[in-house]
Design a protein. Structure first.
Length: 81
């Protein structure tokens, strides 16, 4: 195999960096999915405890009126945060 031209070598380096970044993002996403599943399971257990004690499950999300006024529906940044 011949040595790549500088342009090809640069693109190859960018390719490997981008692939590594994608793998890291997938790994991070997997960790967040696992955390979300654990949090959902905990919330389900708490809901069962609340109802077994005769309580009502609060509505989620409970957003204070002030925050709701400052963050109108459709705010993409707030919805993805």
């Amino acid at each position: 195999m011949t040595d790549p031209t500088p342009a090809v070598a640069s693109l190859q380096s960018q390719y490997l960096t981008t692939r590594a970044e994608a793998a890291e993002c997938r790994s991070t996403a997997d960790r967040f999915v696992a955390r979300a599943a654990a949090a959902d399971q905990t919330a389900d257990s708490l809901a069962a405890a609340i109802t077994s004690l005769g309580g009502e499950i609060p509505t989620y999300p409970a957003v204070p009126a002030q925050e709701a006024a400052e963050d109108p529906p459709g705010d993409a940044i707030a919805e993805t945060a």
